[in-house]
Design a protein around this ligand. Sequence first.
Ligand SMILES: [Cu+2]
Length: 342
Amino acid sequence: MAVRVRPRRSRSSRAACNRTATALAASLLVALAATLGGCAGVQSTFSTFGLEAESTRKLTIGMTIAAALIVFGVASITVHAARTPAGRLSHAQGMRVIFWLGAVGPAALLVVLLVLSLPSMRPLRATPNDLRISVDGEQFWWRVRYMQTGTGPLETANEIRIPVGRTVSFALASPDVIHSFWIPGLAGKMDMIPGRTNELVVRATRSGKFRGACAEFCGLSHARMAFDVVAMEPEAFDRWLAENARPAAATAEPGRRLFDEYGCSGCHVVRGHVDGIAIGPDLTHVGSRRSLGAGTLPLTRQAISRFIRDSSAAKPGSRMPSFPQMSADDADAVADYLLALR
Ligand SMILES: [Cu+2]
């Protein structure tokens, strides 16, 4: 009896084994599809638009191929050893394999990889003529200042524009906690540390619209601290910078009056309209930005209106107070005013 039962059981267990392997392969494929799907688009280390990110990407691909070859080699040797009948391999043979493939091989390979990666460790150097942009990470938004000779710095927020082909030097700092400045397609991460200024030098290689984010946990709304990045042809950039320097033009009443009445200028500046205090983001040209609340919401009338009345729902822990006492009509009017600030 036992003899009859045995093969049946082993056949069914082999089938179960096959099923498990198929399920494993399928879930691996799903996981790959899910993760590799993130490798294209506006916020990816694989769709690069900067010198540093490009060399990092090449290095990553090279290292991954090298690592895959090593895994394959080790697995083949293991299978070979397991399949060889007992007694066929001598001790001396084993020791030779360990010497060449366990010591000499890896050492040589590491030296090759090190030499290959040395060029990408050399940072770009800034010269005094480069464009300088100072960026402060704040809880939970970005204060951006374009340094200009002659006039003072030009302040904006939550959007960074850079010219293609020109070297840009970012001065990165923080007034509150440690943030990390990361534009995956452009360059590596750089911490923003209270009490010191870190320099990150970059050069964009193609124009386009991209995205950056805070890469260091900095509080409740850390995950809602992103920003838009626009790489522009140099002439278009210069035009944009000049446009941005002018004070706010359009006014949409009664929003402008309500903006004053509700005390928004206690924390916001609209150059040419209200000499506010720059505790929060500069709103002079907020209507021309690509998103609202540091990449959190679309820039629409409805989103602005809701953000003003209930900012703690959109961004928990944010320093922007909610205005629940504001009527929906008033909030819509303020939103219209802000959208007209282009
Ligand atoms: Cu942050």
